[in-house]
Each structure stands twice: as C-alpha cells, then as structure tokens.
Write a protein that binds this ligand. Structure first.
Ligand code: NDP
Ligand code: BG6
Length: 514
C-alpha cells in the first residue's frame, strides 16, 4: 500500500512474473469512514480529539468520504456540538484567510447523537444515522474512539459491535487508558473486549507514542552508525526517563486518586519510552516486529521492588504571596489520601545488553517545571588524558545524550571541548539540535498522528495485549505492596523539585539526576 502525491491510498499487487501492478483501487473513493467519538461531551474530546481531527482535515489527510459523530448521554443538538467544537479549532498550521471556510466545511461533516452507553437501541439509532452517511454503494468503515471512563468501555463495545453486524468494511475501536488498575483487572478488560472484538480491531492508545521525539527514538538509534554500537551496558552508565508537570491534578482529582502517578504516567507513558529505547533491533518497522521486540524487553525486566521506589505527594505552598493548594485540598480527594503524585523508581533489564544498568524513572505533578526527557549518561573515558590536569572532574563530566520530548523538542549531546584560546581549559557543552531552529513546520499533536494511523490501520504505535500484560507484571507487585503496607508518601511543596528521597534512591545506584 502506498500514498500517491494527492495523498490517496493505492494498493499494489506484487506478482512473481509481473512485478508490481497498481490495482487501481482508490480507497478514498471506494469507501466511507465514520468516526464516532464516544464521550464527545468530555474534556479529552474537546481538548484533543476534535482539534486533532480538524488538523488532519486541514492537512488533507482525512479520506474523501468521512463523517464524524459525537456520541454521549448529554442532551445536545448537532448545532450545539458544532458551536462547542468550533471554539477549540484553530488553523495553527497556516493562518490563511480561508481558515474560517475550512472550519465550516469541517463542521458540516460533524454530527451529534445522544444515547446511553449500555443501551443497544440507542446504538441501533446511531447505526441508522451512520448508514445515512454511508451511501453511494461504497464500502463503509467505522472507527470508534472510546473517550469515556473505563467502566463503560465494555458496554459500548458490546452495543456498537452488535449494531454493526451488517457492516461491510472494517470496524476499529480506539480505547483510552486506563487499561485496568493491575495485571488481573487489565487481563479481565482484555478478555471482556475480546468477546466482541478481535485483537486487530482494538487500538489501545498511549498518546506518548504519538509524540514526535518518541517516534524519533528508533530513527536515531537504527539509522545512525554512531549510536547503536554505544547502546549497551558497555558504554551506558544509566538511563533516566523523566516527566514533570508544573501544575497539580486540578480538576482531575477524582480520577487521579484512584490511580496515582505510577499508573497514570509510569506504567504506560514512561515504560513505553523505555521499551522503545531498550528493545533489540526489530526485523522491520512492521507493527508486529516492533511490538514483538517491545514485549521481549518488557518481559526481561525485573518486577519493581518497594526498596527501589520513592513516593511523594505535593502539599500546599505559598510563593510570592500566592497560595498553591496541596493535593488533598482538592475537594474530590479524600483528606487522608496517600495516593502518590510523585514517584521515582530504579528498574533493571536482565538481559545481555542491559545487565546491571539502572533505568531510573521520575514522574511528578506540581513540580518546579514541565518537561519530559530521556537522558542517557555514558561511562567515563578509560584512562582519560585530560582527567586531572585541567580543572575538571571528567568522571563527572561524562557524555550525556538528552532527548527532550517536551517542551521545546530537542536532541543534544553533552561533550567536553577545549575553550578556544591560549592554554588548555575544558568546557562541558552541548552539541544541540533544537527543533524550533532547524524545522520551521509546527509539530503535529500526538493525537493527530495516532488518529491517522488508526484510520489507516497502522498498529505500530498502539499497545498489543501481551505488551500490556508484560507492562503490568513489572508494576503490579509494587502497587500491591504500596497499598497493603499503606506506604505514606513523602510530602513536597507545590512547585518544588520533589521529595529528597529521590536523591537517595539515585545515589544508591551512583546516579545523579539530570
Ligand atoms: P470525562 O470525565 O470528561 O468523561 C468523558 C465523558 O464520559 C463525559 O463527558 C460524560 O459524558 C461521560 N461520563 C463521565 N463520567 C461517567 C460515568 N461515571 N459513567 C458514564 N459516563 C460518564 O473524561 P475525559 O474526557 O477527561 O477522558 C476520557 C477518557 O480518556 C478517560 O478514560 C480518561 O482516563 C482518558 N484520558 C483522558 C485524558 C485527559 O487529558 N482528559 C488524558 C489521557 C487519557 P455524558 O455524561 O455526556 O455521557
Ligand atoms: C495523561 C495523564 O495520560 O497524560 C495526565 O493522565 C497527564 O495526568 C497527561 O497530565 C500528560 O500528557 P502531556 O501530553 O500533556 O504531557
């Protein structure tokens, strides 16, 4: 399958005698795609999904015959949905004068249908409405985006799949996290979903996999001669995967208190980055080849131990005359909650490549800055000629590769360099690729990339069920131990660098946080 210059998918038949023949099937003409955003009245739909769909439309990436349906229990007319959605749309890619017109064209393709999540008759009504758009004898394909709380996932999947029994095209479901709370509940969710869907139809989304620099990890590793040979315990001292936000759980305390930072960020977003970073080279960039390698590396990881984890929770703090609230000041959070809003952990991969290398993760809310980064600290240069003589401790000033996922996407390598001039002084400086300086094009939002992939049936950036099992196996014993022992989080002030315990954890493995 390939795309031609007009962005139309074409199929090519490869035969032994004839070589490659275009089969002349232009799917954008032959089929329709209906995208139903289930939970369209919610926060994620408004903030991310509709804007991403519009950005794809604006860029000419959506198929020619597409329709978007919002579905939720809230009573709303199509006009009201369009008005709400309109407020979130911007033509950020190109501020051309035709922007308003393009928004209007897009909104004309958006509809709303109100219904319950567990009532088949309501989905039968939706089905009728979808069929009215799926005309012209074309193959009808359907994508559902489940942007709803997890306790109604299975109801929706049951109702939507039963009502689509006569569907000729494909039906796919994008499922949002959380995928359970632990290994058992996640396996149960998978079992329940698979009563109605095949694994190929389930697109478990982790939006970090749609971020530009996370996708770039494989390119960096596998298409540059200089990195892959260094990618092992032989040259790498430790790897740090860091996430911080400079705001608290504002508005999402109810959800968050049931999950905590380890389930919210570490078990999914950070672990996915780790798997892509540490996996063996896949046979190809094909989805199954990549996911096979991710599963292998995840299964080589040791389950996390309590002694390798530090948990924290932010408390209120007054700065510049402003009082920043503590986590338990949120009315939706119980006042005696011990849910961690911060965690640091040391993980290990027991395979030949990574034996003994600490992979340190740190994730926290209400910290002093917002960032997501991978930091790779290399070993010291053996027998370094410049070790003592020039005023710098080169055991400390080792090379470090930083992949800054956000904000201000960048890749930089810390090296030692001679300060120009007479004499010999060394400087520890950055070889810097700052995306904003090098690439003028705005980076697409992660949801754009992932929605487009789901429409095109590309599964590379979605989580397979065995990957999910392997990921939960690493974290479940720890999560249970934290709960059973009611481990009290170390309090840290809103806007600080987090609990000091994180520094002791790093020191235990001779690591300094980057
Ligand atoms: P919301 O809480 O806003 O819920 C979405 C919609 O679901 C609501 O508008 C509501 O629609 C319906 N709903 C809410 N609570 C219930 C309930 N108890 N029973 C049945 N229906 C309910 O969620 P978000 O939009 O924030 O998130 C949607 C999904 O995406 C969730 O699974 C969330 O974990 C996940 N997610 C969200 C992120 C975010 O930034 N918001 C980030 C990553 C993942 P109505 O009442 O009209 O039916
Ligand atoms: C979500 C978490 O998955 O990711 C949120 O539930 C978090 O708690 C968010 O704020 C961070 O995403 P991003 O893309 O803003 O870094």
């Amino acid at each position: 399958v390939a795309k031609d210059s007009s962005n139309i998918l074409k199929f090519y038949k490869i035969t032994q005698n004839e070589g490659i023949n275009e089969m002349a099937i232009d799917v954008s003409r032959e089929s329709t795609v209906s995208i139903t955003v289930v939970g369209a009245s919610g926060d994620l739909a408004k903030k991310k999904i509709f804007p991403a769909l519009f950005a794809l439309y604006y860029e000419g990436c959506l198929p020619k015959h597409f329709t978007i349906y919002g579905y939720a229990r809230s009573k709303m007319t199509t006009e009201q949905l369009r008005t709400t959605v309109c407020q979130t749309l911007t033509c950020r890619i190109d501020q051309s004068e035709s922007c308003g017109e393009i928004i209007e064209e897009f909104l004309d393709r958006c509809f709303y249908h109100s219904g319950h999540y567990n009532v088949e008759e309501d989905f039968a009504e939706l089905d009728k409405a979808l069929q009215q758009q799926e005309v012209g004898g074309r193959v009808a394909n359907r994508l559902f985006y489940l942007s709803i709380p997890p306790d109604v996932f299975v109801d929706v999947v049951r109702c939507a799949s039963k009502c689509a029994s006569s569907l000729k095209g494909w039906m796919r479901m994008i499922v949002e996290k959380p995928f359970g709370r632990d290994l058992e509940s996640s396996a149960e969710l998978t079992r329940d979903l698979k009563q109605y869907l095949s694994e190929e139809q389930i697109f478990r989304i982790d939006h970090y996999l749609g971020k530009e620099l996370v996708e770039d990890l494989s390119v960096l590793r596998f298409s540059n001669l200089i990195f892959e040979p260094l990618w092992s315990r032989q040259y790498i001292r430790n790897v740090q995967i860091l996430f911080s936000e400079d705001f608290g759980t504002e508005g999402r305390g109810g959800y968050f208190d049931n999950y905590g930072i380890i389930r919210d960020i570490m078990q999914n977003h950070l672990l996915q980055i780790l798997a892509l970073f540490a996996m063996e080279p896949p046979v190809s960039m094909n989805a199954e080849d990549i996911r096979n390698e991710k599963v292998k590396v995840l299964r080589s990881m040791r389950p996390l131990q309590l002694e390798d984890v530090v948990v924290g929770q932010y408390k209120s703090h007054v700065k510049g005359g402003i009082k920043y609230p503590g986590y338990t000041d949120d009315k939706t959070v119980p006042s005696n909650s011990i849910t961690p809003t911060f965690a640091a952990a040391a993980l290990f991969i027991d395979n030949a490549r990574w034996d003994g290398v600490p992979f340190l993760m740190k994730a926290g809310k209400a910290l002093h800055n917002r960032r997501a980064e991978v930091r790779v600290q290399f070993r010291h240069v053996p027998g370094n000629l410049f070790k003592r003589s020039f005023g710098m401790d080169l055991d400390q000033a080792t090379n470090e590769l930083v992949i800054r996922v956000q904000p201000d996407e960048a890749i930089y390598l810390k090296i030692n360099n001679k300060v120009p001039g007479l004499g010999m002084r060394l400087d520890h400086i950055n070889l810097n690729l700052l995306y904003a300086d090098r690439y003028s094009r705005e980076i697409p939002d992660a949801y754009e990339r992932l929605l487009l992939d789901a429409i095109e049936g590309e599964r590379r950036l979605f989580i397979r069920s065995d990957e999910l099992d392997a990921a939960w196996s690493i974290f479940t014993p720890l999560l249970k131990a934290l709960e059973v022992r009611r481990v009290a989080p170390e309090l840290y002030p809103y806007g600080s660098r987090g609990p000091t315990g994180a520094h002791y954890l790093a020191a235990k493995y001779h690591v300094r946080w980057g």
